[in-house]
Design a protein around this ligand. Structure first.
Ligand SMILES: [Fe+2]
Length: 155
């Protein structure tokens, strides 16, 4: 088995990999719940929200790859399996069927708020052990906070 060695070891590596794995699960599930809402949305504000939800999916997909590849560069193994995401996600899950546009704006706003708070915790946790990973998490938080603002503005 190939073993990848990175710049960190021991507790520092474990702390950083754990933070990145948490971010990975948040981002994968964000891409899933945003697509679910993108497809099942209904209401008089359908069009702009339908399109904005795809911006969220795109953001999540872009960052999830960066985060997962940082885990590998540190010698860890990112776990993006559906079962892992289902077991460990903290995101509120959308109901099946049609999703009212007003409710979607409210729940996506709350979802982005929760992700932002967890990203800030991870930014603090990685500050000392790995400023490089911290930088990636800061970039995620920047984009999440921007979408959080834009969904809030539609309420
Ligand atoms: Fe689409």
């Amino acid at each position: 088995m190939a073993a990848i060695t990175g710049p960190l070891s021991g507790d520092a590596r474990n702390t950083v990999v754990e933070a990145l794995q948490g971010a990975l699960v948040d981002l994968i599930d964000l891409s899933l719940v945003a697509k679910q809402a993108h497809w099942n949305l209904i209401g008089s504000h359908f069009r702009p929200i339908h399109l904005q939800l795809d911006e969220v999916t795109e953001l999540a997909r872009t960052h999830m790859d960066t985060i997962a590849e940082r885990v590998v560069a540190l010698g860890g193994n990112p776990d993006g399996r559906a079962a892992t995401v289902a077991r460990s996600t903290k995101l509120p899950q959308p109901e099946g069927g049609w999703l009212d546009d007003g409710k979607v704006v409210a729940t996506v706003t709350d979802t982005l708020d929760g992700i932002s708070r967890r990203m800030y915790e991870r930014i603090r946790a990685t500050d000392e052990p790995d400023p490089v990973s911290q930088d990636l998490l800061i970039a995620v938080a920047q984009d999440i906070d921007k979408q959080h603002w834009m969904f809030q503005a539609q309420r």
